[in-house]
Design a protein around this ligand. Structure first.
Ligand code: HEC
Length: 158
């Protein structure tokens, strides 16, 4: 009896401490461990350092695809300030999900019908790829947001 009370108290405290949230985030063993679409938990600041070092030669520090190498490429590197992405790497019907970007960065664009110039990046760890994706997301400009807002404000067929 006393034991089960203690156990109950322990469970209550454990829940109170947020342990279930942590274990949920880590996923149950049967679950797909790939990041769910559009919930990248990367660190954009760490991602910026990685991006500037590895990606900016093509994509440009600003992400506009205007790096010294990228400016001459056909197709042009994706302009990240527009946040319009081409590949639906996980084939869920929505191109440009976080998971799509992760897969394109890890496996290269050619695997998904794109240019071999966007090469695979096996040297980046999963966490580093998440950081880079978080940084790419942060490059979307206000202008893009405004354009989208305008589009939303346009009256629908009446
Ligand atoms: C040698 C030049 C080059 C480098 C370096 C490069 N990219 Fe790219 N990247 C490209 C090109 C070109 C494309 C467009 C590919 C296409 O349209 O087929 C692209 C496309 C992309 C896309 C768009 C995917 C989509 O669905 O539209 C992402 C994301 C991306 N690159 C991320 C990165 C990251 C992150 C790095 C650094 C780790 C990187 N790239 C380094 C050339 C480069």
């Amino acid at each position: 009896m006393k034991r089960s009370v203690l156990l109950a108290l322990f469970i209550v405290f454990w829940i109170g401490l947020g342990a279930p949230a942590a274990s949920l985030a880590e996923g149950d063993p049967g679950a797909d461990t790939a990041p769910a679409p559009n919930v990248v938990t990367g660190d954009p600041a760490a991602g910026k350092a990685l991006f500037d070092a590895n990606c900016s030669s093509c994509h440009g520090v600003s992400g506009m695809g205007d790096g010294p190498v990228g400016a001459a490429l056909t197709p042009a590197p994706r302009d990240f300030t527009l946040a319009a992405f081409a590949f639906d790497a996980d084939q869920n019907g929505t191109p440009g999900d976080d998971r799509d970007l992760v897969l394109v960065i890890q496996n290269g664009a050619m695997k998904y019908g794109g240019s071999p110039l966007m090469a695979p990046w096996p040297t980046l760890t999963d966490d580093q790829v998440m950081d880079v994706v978080a940084h790419i997301r942060s490059m979307k400009t206000d202008e893009t947001l405004e354009t989208e807002a305008d589009a939303l404000e346009e009256p629908s067929a009446s």
